[in-house]
Design a protein around this ligand. Structure first.
Ligand code: HDE
Length: 720
């Protein structure tokens, strides 16, 4: 090995005792100290950063000290550098997935059970902890768009393995809109804002998207997913991740397997209601990115199980769908999931731009033991990502701190814009007289492609099983719970109502009628489409596991990291509130006190005023949509005050409408009954469901009196 290789290797070995990527990034981290001197980029200390160099006319004739502003000078190299650097702060945003947020973490496999499929140590060596960086994103909107729009979410993972970087550039939905990469520019142009008016932003609710998907029925399955609750996740931490494309695993002794990658969230798969999502877009457009960093910073580290589905090469053709078609899933009943590892995110970024914005993923980044398949979408992606990174970040994008591997990198690539490394060598080609940069044979870890026999006729076409588009769309629809189906109908109804062209919204009813007759009729009635008289295609009636979100409830009910608003005003019962809050906090929920002002609020302790507590927010500054549950403590004066406050009444009604847990004690219960007038409070009395609760109203809302048992109520109800 060359001396460069050896020195990097040595540095690398000393790093691996900690998270090697974090150690690696430390090389580039500057932590300015107090009174850190300001310098130019070329290191000269700056004496004044507030005034451009000017001619100032001092009034020398009079005795006064008055000065007149004269012209600014182009000569000011310090002012010019500051403005030039500012002018060039922006780089092109990603053409898709521009809006995103990222975090660091690690990945570990449980044992070596995957070694029957692959020799890649990242998937087989349980003594290893592999550093990762994950970037979550939306697809349609630009960098400044809102987080909770209806869209697919990107779930891109960079594994910094000891054998090089491996990227899974996945989504939160297991299938895609198109089968062949050549259709991607058409799809993206159709979903993005329309060319004549650049409308809409962060939405697919417009003519061009629905026009395209109506004419491109291979998208039917994916459209079902995006229009389902999956399109509006509650949090990045509560969604699945999928590699989507079919990759391959190669074991030491040769028999190749096809593979799909899955990430399954520990907290379960949860969504917002569409009404909440719409409101949060305005109330807190950064809702998801804040949620991620708040959870990590408070120690509630997001976790996912990592699972694989594998099919031996010999069984590639035994299914009634093509396993290389990215518009199809591999139903779990046919190809079970094997959980082999865990992904944890435990560190937020230090600076957004150099990390989250400059991170760059490539599906073509695989490590020995992992390979590609002939999935035509994947083949095109392998070309596209590398290319787009060059236009976004320049030829040397892989040298940027967030992108560079933690293992040695050496080759004869050179030059290009913004080269960072300086290589001390007389040769930059192979073979060379000094034996520098020698290719590594397979047995020493060099990447070797799997030897595959191929034959065929060169043509622009797709395999015959790629022609069937509705079986899996039906499978998905059939597998949803009744309320999920209702949400789906509303979502498609919403979107098609935003299409003005009757040709567009009418023709999509035909696609829906090929999936399910009732679905097509329900949507047609809503959007003024032609209500079909008979099914376009018979529904096969099959269902599959793992498609409904209900299949992902955590084994143990949990309220970890859920946001609970405690609505208080002067005179609330402090002892009770503190008991409830302590119970909620010990179950790792995050409680916020919301009062009439962000300031001290005076509670009652018995008959007297107790020590003041500080409200985190005031009623007008937050909305119920930003919380998972509400609790209203008892207290006569307090309840009289909130009863007069329309905002508080709205808070509770809205939370009820969004099926959130609502707990109250004593006069708080009267408030819910008499002022808020929650409907059905008597009919839906179900005390058996929650132990220790005196009264329970509504299927999701909870009212509790006495005994300070609201915490168990909230815990229970959140997991229904
Ligand atoms: Fe992407 N995609 N994509 N995509 N994609 C990009 O690369 C592309 C596809 C996905 O957080 C771009 O760096 C083509 C499927 C994610 O930085 C670009 C095709 C899936 C991200 C690109 C697809 C994805 C991207 C834009 C069809 C799910 C964000 C910026 C053949 C498995 C990664 C960039 C991040 C980003 C091309 C289809 C996921 C242009 C040509 C399928 C998560 O290269």
């Amino acid at each position: 090995m060359s001396s460069i290789g050896q020195s990097v290797e040595k540095a690398f070995t000393t790093m691996t005792s900690k998270n090697s990527k974090v150690v690696d990034l430390q090389r580039d981290i500057l932590e300015p100290r107090t009174s850190q001197p300001l310098t130019t980029d070329h290191g000269v200390k700056v004496a004044d950063t507030d005034n451009w160099l000017k001619i100032i006319d001092s009034d020398s004739e009079s005795k006064s000290e008055s000065k007149k502003n004269g012209p600014s000078l182009l000569e000011d190299q310090i002012g010019r550098e500051k403005i030039h650097r500012f002018d060039h702060e922006r780089i092109p945003e990603r053409v898709v997935h521009a809006r995103g947020t990222g975090a660091h973490g690690h990945f570990k496999v449980f044992d070596d059970r995957a070694s029957k499929y692959t020799f890649a140590p990242v998937l087989t060596d349980s003594s290893r902890t592999t550093p990762v960086f994950v970037r979550f994103s939306t697809v349609q909107g630009s960098r400044g768009s809102a987080d909770t729009v209806r869209d697919v979410r990107g779930f891109a993972v960079k594994f910094y393995t000891e054998e090089g970087n491996w990227d899974i550039v996945g989504n939160d939905i297991p299938v895609f809109f198109i089968q062949d990469a050549i259709k991607f520019p058409d799809f993206v142009h159709a979903v993005k804002p329309e060319p004549h008016n650049e409308v809409p932003q962060g939405q697919s609710a417009h003519n061009n998207f629905w026009d395209f998907v109506g004419l491109q029925p291979e998208s039917a399955h994916m459209v079902m997913w995006v229009m389902s609750d999956r399109g509006v996740p509650r949090s990045f931490r509560m969604m699945q991740g999928f590699g989507v494309n079919t990759f391959t695993l190669v074991p030491a002794d040769g028999k190749r397997h096809f593979v799909k990658f899955h990430f399954i969230p520990e907290l379960g798969v949860h969504s917002l209601l569409w009404d909440e999502a719409l409101k949060i877009n305005g109330q807190d457009p950064d809702f998801h990115r804040k949620d991620l960093s708040e959870a990590i910073e408070s120690g509630a580290y997001p976790k996912w199980k990592f699972a694989i589905q594998t099919i031996p090469e010999s069984e590639q053709h035994k299914f009634d769908f093509d396993i290389l078609d990215a518009t199809k899933i591999w139903p779990q009943e046919l190809v079970p999931l094997e959980e082999i590892g865990e992904l944890v995110l435990d560190r937020v970024v230090d600076e957004f731009f150099p990390e989250t914005e400059q991170v760059a993923f490539c599906t073509s980044h695989v490590v020995p033991g992992i390979g590609f398949s002939d999935d035509p979408l994947l083949q095109g992606r392998n070309f596209s990502y590398f290319d787009t990174q060059i236009s976004r970040l320049g030829a040397n994008w892989e040298e940027l701190p967030i992108n560079r591997p933690v293992c040695p990198v050496f080759n004869h690539n050179c030059d290009g814009k913004s080269r960072h490394r300086i290589v001390k060598s007389e040769v930059n080609y192979w073979p060379n007289r000094k034996d520098i940069g020698r290719p590594v044979p397979e047995e020493k870890g060099g990447y070797v492609e799997y030897a595959e026999r191929l034959q065929g006729i060169k043509q622009r076409a797709r395999g015959s099983k790629f022609q069937e588009h509705f079986n899996h769309a039906q499978l998905f629809y059939n597998s949803l719970a009744a309320y999920e189906k209702a949400h789906l109908v509303s979502a498609i109804g919403f979107e098609l109502s935003h299409c003005e062209d009757p040709d567009v919204y009418r023709s999509y009813i035909n696609v829906l009628n090929n999936i399910d007759f009732d679905l097509a009729k329900a949507v047609a009635v809503k959007v003024n489409g032609d209500v079909p008289k008979k099914a376009g295609r018979e529904n096969h009636g099959r269902t599959s596991k793992g498609l409904s979100q209900l299949d992902f409830l955590p084994k143990e009910p949990t309220i970890v990291s859920r946001r609970i608003a405690i609505l208080i005003s002067d005179g609330f019962n402090a002892v009770e509130m503190q008991a409830v809050r302590a119970a909620l906090t010990s179950a790792k929920a995050v409680c916020y006190l919301i009062g009439p002002r962000r300031n001290h609020i005076r509670p009652m302790v018995g008959q007297d005023f107790g020590p003041e507590v500080f409200a985190d927010h005031h009623f007008d500054s937050q909305r119920s949509t930003l919380f998972d549950a509400i609790y209203i403590p008892s207290g006569e004066e307090h309840v009289k005050t909130i009863a007069k406050n329309g905002r508080v009444v709205h808070w509770v009604r809205e939370a009820f409408g969004h099926c959130k847990a609502i707990a109250a004690v004593g006069e708080g219960v009267d408030f819910l009954r008499e002022v808020v007038r929650l409907p059905g409070s008597v009919d839906l009395f179900t005390p058996s469901r929650v132990q220790g609760i005196d009264e329970v109203v509504t299927s999701y809302g909870v009212v509790t009196t006495g005994k300070y048992s609201a915490s168990s109520a909230v815990t229970d109800v959140l997991n229904i």
